[in-house]
Structures are given as C-alpha cells and as structure tokens.
Design a protein around this ligand. Structure first.
Ligand code: BGC
Length: 386
C-alpha cells in the first residue's frame, strides 16, 4: 500500500470506504461519486509499524504482543520492532518501517525528542503517528497520544509509600504512624516525558510530609535531576542506591522507604538494600519500596513481602486504545480524545486518551491481576510470565 500514503483527503475517504466495505458488507469494490470503480484495499494490504523501546522490561513485551494481536485480529499486517533502548536503533527501525510501506505508525519512544526527522518524513507521506504511552516531543507531527493518567500514577506511587510507612491507610485516612521516616527518592529517565509527570504527582503528594518533617531525605537529593535514572536502567538504580547508603547512612540511621517509579528500578534498589544487610521481609523491617508496571518478577516480590507495591497499568487496555485510534485514522476520522489540555509536547497540545491505573498491594494481587486474567496464579507464584 505504498501509493495511498501520497493520496489526499478525498482518496483517503475512498480508502476508508474500502476498508469499511471490507469489514462490513464484504463488498470488494466501491463506486465513488464520479463513478470510477476503486478496488477496496483489503485490511491485509495495510501495514502498521509498531516501535517499542525495549525487551528488557516485561511491560513492553506485553504491550508489543497486545498491540500486534489486536491489529492482526482486524486483518492488518504488523511490523513490530523493539529497539533495545538504543536511540539510533529506534530511528532506523522507524525509517525502515516507512521504507517498507507502513501506512500508520504506533511509537513508544526511547527519547521523546529524538524522532522529529522521522515524524516529518511520516507527515510528508501522509502517515499518521500515534504516540504510545510516551509523548513524542518537539514535533507538530504527532497525531494522537494513548497513555495513562501519568500524574495520577505518581500520586499513586507516593500514596503507596505513605501507606507502607503507616502514615496513610488504604482508604485515604490518616494512619497511626508518626515518623519521622528516612526516605530516598528515585525518578525515571529524563528523556521520557512521563518521568516528569510521575515525579510531579509523587512530590506534590509527599510535600506536606516533607515540609513538616514527617519524611526526611538524608541524602538531601530532592531534585529530579539528582534522582533520575537514565534509560530506566536497573543497574544504574542499584548503583545509586548503593552510593546513597554509603554516603548518607551510618550508625543507626536506616532507610525506611524508597520512592521508585518503575519495577525494574525497584529490583535494583531492593538488591542494593539486601546486599547492605537489611532484613529479608517488610514484616521484619525491610524498607518500603514502591514501583510501577506490575511486572511479573516484582509481583512475586510483592507476594513475598519484599516489595511493598506497584502500579498496575493494564497494557491490554492501552493496546486496545491504540488499535481503536488506528482504525479511526484509517477510516478517515479522528480518534476520540478524553484529554485535550494536558500533553503539550513543546509545539502543540496532543489530543490524548488517558486510562486509569491501580495500586497493587499483596492483598489485591489476585483480584487485580489474576481474576482479570493478566497473570495466572502460577505465574505469580513463579515470578515468570509464560
Ligand atoms: C512508562 C512506565 C515504565 C517506564 C519504564 C514509562 O514511559 O510509562 O510504565 O515503567 O517507562 O519502562
């Protein structure tokens, strides 16, 4: 379907009619108003390029699989690529997708500012671009954004930290604990727009407790630049936690809690704390560590009373939104946004569809993750997704 990218709006409508005819009546041709017969492009001739950041995180593997199968169920061809968290690899993959005839792109960027040339090329060819979970910045050529309410994710991360410390109850009422508690703060990769939203939501939630001294940060590292972990790397988080322990914790001073914005970072932080001799379980005094993504290895750590919480973002729902938006674009329409204010990418506010997330604690793993079919009980028990 290389040629249709060059077609204008009228022709796109014909394509839309064709696709509708394919999936609806099953008719093979469509007669346009000027009475020319146009072959209806079968969905099987439409290719969607799907660019995912990495396979080192089970979350993105699940996203890739869910987007791919959702599109294939509708008959589309899918060119799914993972970029090993390497920016040049991702830009080359996207270039290649277009060379190979992609008709629409779904992109979860590694560096949200690094894709302007690719997106300009896409726009020139009439290829719509859907930003997947991570906003693509500094480009007018982002047509739609599907994601979660990222500020709210940060609020939930901080809330889970406060619950773990006993400062809040799960129903939002004040807990019995009084503190003061020693906590350390981690942020995500600063080339990922989401990192700022998670941080802002978390810090706004923690600020009153920091202000009144209930929470103290012994390292003093309270700026996002100090807390950030480039490319969300587990090893980098482990090293930073080791450095914090060495530099700021001596004598009786112990870490009570760690704000971590992603399960991979949490596992690095947990390893550093374990190596430093902290007790094995939270019940025995292991620090409260938060997370995000409900990755299977971390869900097991939560079940085992090692990690306190994670944030469940149902990748099946996000993938379904991306597929819906794809269909709407391909049929000549505009996807339905539920937020047209929040996500300014530096050039324009990108119309967005935001989904909700949930806090995972040990006591709701079954109801949130197993009963919904996201994981089986066996996967939770083994910590490995099959
Ligand atoms: C996603 C998070 C994920 C992080 C690291 C972010 O853009 O929104 O769900 O934890 O990337 O992969």
């Amino acid at each position: 379907m290389n040629t249709k990218r060059l077609m204008g709006a009228a022709a796109a409508t014909v394509l839309a009619l064709g696709l509708a005819a394919c999936s609806g009546s099953g008719a093979g041709t469509e007669t346009t108003s000027d009475n020319t017969n146009t072959a209806a492009p079968p969905a099987a001739d439409v290719t969607i390029g799907v660019a995912m950041p990495t396979q080192t995180s089970s979350r993105w593997i699940a996203d890739g699989a869910a987007v791919e199968s959702g599109l294939q169920d509708l008959g589309y061809k899918v060119d799914l690529q993972f970029a090993n968290d390497d920016i040049p690899t991702q830009t080359q993959q996207i270039d290649q997708m277009m060379t190979n005839g992609a008709d629409l792109l779904i992109v979860a960027a590694i560096d949200g500012t690094a894709l302007s040339a690719q997106l300009q090329n896409a726009a020139d060819k009439g290829i719509k671009v859907i930003a997947y979970d991570r906003l693509i910045r500094e480009s007018a050529n982002v047509d739609f954004y599907v994601t979660f309410d990222n500020y709210q994710v940060g609020v939930q991360q901080a809330t889970s930290l406060l619950v773990g410390l006993g400062l809040l109850n799960k129903d939002g009422s004040d807990g019995d604990a009084t503190g003061p508690f020693s906590v350390e703060l981690f942020a995500g990769s600063l080339d990922d727009n989401n990192a700022y939203f998670f941080w802002d939501g978390a810090i706004d939630t923690l600020q009153p407790y920091l202000d009144d001294g209930t929470l103290v940060v012994p390292s003093g590292q309270m700026d996002i630049e100090q807390a950030a972990i480039l490319r969300w790397q587990q090893e980098t988080a482990q090293r930073r936690m080791e450095d914090l322990l060495t530099a700021s914790y001596s004598g009786d001073l112990k870490v009570d809690g760690v704000l971590s914005p992603y399960d991979g970072l949490s596992r690095g932080i947990i390893t550093a704390l374990q190596n430093a001799g902290y007790p094995a379980t939270i019940s025995d005094g292991f620090p409260i560590v938060t997370g995000q993504d409900a990755e299977i290895a971390s869900v097991k750590l939560i079940a085992d009373d090692v990690q306190f919480a994670s944030i469940f973002k149902d990748t099946r729902k996000l993938a379904a939104q991306a597929v819906t938006a794809t269909e709407e674009f391909l049929s000549g329409g505009e996807p339905t946004a539920n937020d047209t204010e929040t996500y300014d990418n530096g050039v324009k506010v990108v119309p967005s569809y935001l989904l909700e997330s949930d806090i995972v604690y040990a006591d709701n793993i079954t109801s949130l993750l197993v009963d919904s079919g996201y994981y089986t009980a066996d996967e939770v028990a083994s910590g490995v997704a099959s």
